[in-house]
Design a binder for this molecule. Sequence first.
Ligand code: 2B7
Length: 696
Amino acid sequence: MADKHTQGYNADDLKVLEGLEAVRVRPGMYIGSTGVKGLHHILWEIVDNSIDEAANGYADEITVILHADGSASVEDNGRGMPTDINTKTGMSGVQLIFTKLHAGGKFDSGNYAFSGGLHGVGASVTNALSKWLKVEVYRGTVFKMGFTSSFDKKQNKWLCGIPDGELVNTGEKTRKKGTKVRFMPDEQVFETVEWNYDTVAKRLKELAFLNKGVRINFSDEREMYRTEEVATEDGEIVSKKIKLPDREPVSYRYEGGLVDFVNYLNEDASPLYAKPLYYSAVKDIHIKGAPAGKIKVEFAISHTKGDEENLYSFVNNISTVEGGYHEAGFHSGLLKAVNDYARASGVLKSKDLPFVADDVKEGLTAVLTVQLNNVEFEGQTKTKLGNPEAKAPVEQAVAEGLALLMGQRANRAVFDEIAKKAKFAADDRIKHRAERDVAKAASDNDGLNLIGKLAPCSGKNPDLNELFIVEGDSAGGTAKQARVRQFQSILPLRGKPLNVQKKSALQALQNEEIKTLVSAIGAGFNRTFEVEKTRYKKVIILSDADQDGMHIRCILLTFFFKYMRDLIASGYVYIGMPPLYKVYKKDVAEYAYDDKELDEKIKKVGKGYSLQRYKGLGEMSAEQLWETTMNPATRNLIQVTLEDVSEAARMIEMLMGDKVEGRKQFLAENADFNKVDGFIERVNTERRESQTGDEV
Ligand code: 2B7
């Protein structure tokens, strides 16, 4: 069962693969892959050593060069790798560093308090996977050593990272200090040995942000070409190599570190306050049965006016895209601090529930970096911190840091903005939950049973079904008698519905009439509205032909416009037109819908006619209402469309909004309310729709 493949390494393997050959044989185990990522990994192993030297205060400048021959070099101005002889092995420090695998990470020498790096496999892995590698150490004089890898045909094995000779002190005097390493990745190992400029530049810039004050220089000395198809004089197409312009060397150095990083991330966003908040602390790590450790926590926080969260987190300078325990600690520390501030400052009243994590994440741009030993990376791409012990100290550091910052007078306005923003997010969250609840109730079948006032139709086909929203209980009663139950639903409205223009979505939903309407249509509300789910493809507003009726119509249209706009856009909203007059004689009756039509109808009925003027829907019998207003074969419907959404919105704002002045003036100028209906100017009148009744 347990063969070599499933079990991987065992003790025997370890014996056989003693030196750096192990790395050659299974490069993936040490650098993840032999693709372009693995290639760059061997560069990062070297860069990480320079970064460690800098992060611990011994170096402040690092230079990375991609050379024309395909090799890469890294130089720092630190203390220089140890050149003396290690008594146990009789080897120089330099030789040890490049020829011995350091299982489980960096030397346990207590050399550095914290050290970066992904696997910490070290410089020897880079050496093992390079055709050659050269080191120079500057310590008063220049020390040099070289290594080469080759395949030995006689022995049929790799000789890798073999010293060309001992470390030599050239005696050449130098004012420089530090280390320089140059190496040539072996094309026999890697699928590609072409460095990616952008990958290197991005990472070096990131490292410069993460290590404030450290200057990182980067040059690409390779000659770059592009090929182009050109026609020769004979008309032959040949490809031609065209040299691209040289890349200018770049230099990254950020005195502000993480604060500069956050500002850089926010470059195109509008920040909520001018300066990011910054804090750093070293905390104890506690694990049962293990010696106490330390964790360094550092973060910079800002907020934008937008609502997305951008948290960039790092562990030992490695980006943790998948998050992990440090991010969890960060979020709970931030939540605690913002909740405390919001309570103390009165943004959260005693009746208010505390914020939840999502509330304080809105618009957050932050960088969090932690450094600890024995890290465990998990997740799909191994970019998730799997050390649970990291959570508590990060939470503590973040909460304590923010508490300290909010105690400073100068930060008052900043925290006020943060608390207000979180309150806004919380209100929005609560509001939308209510919307979802109503939408859900509406989509549940039981939802309908709760709607006492609706007389639902029995049919289930939205293409055929009609919803009549009828002004007044008595007209509603008549409509219920008049309707064809299979496809016509009646929703009577008692009095005037809520004018939603002046109300928030949540307030609107607290209104019984609106709740009923939302439930009846069954397609959600506001952001959750999905027109495909509508139970009715005809929603017909039936109100009296007077001022009040006009007002109700406006209120309902405002509602649909604001919260179910697609219902109008899809052409599902209609205005029912009851007649104004009945002209009749013995067994003939004609209805007139306006004054002009009245003259025609009088002529048609002839001498001896009687005239009835309807003041409201309630004055009609069920038969009359059916014939004049509800029967698809004989009724008048006006389809409301949105030809100009912004114009309609402006008009509705004027008619229904807060500013009384504009409305008064508009009504004065348009006293004839047929014109006031002008706000439904984009109306298609389908007089006497030639519908022959819906088949149910
Ligand atoms: C963990 C090992 C690899 N090391 C030292 C000292 C300085 C030093 C280094 C380095 C990469 C390319 C240029 C310590 C640390 C070995 O022990 S590695 N500088 N730079 C480096 O590799 N850059 C050191 C204590 C006293 N003196 C020197």
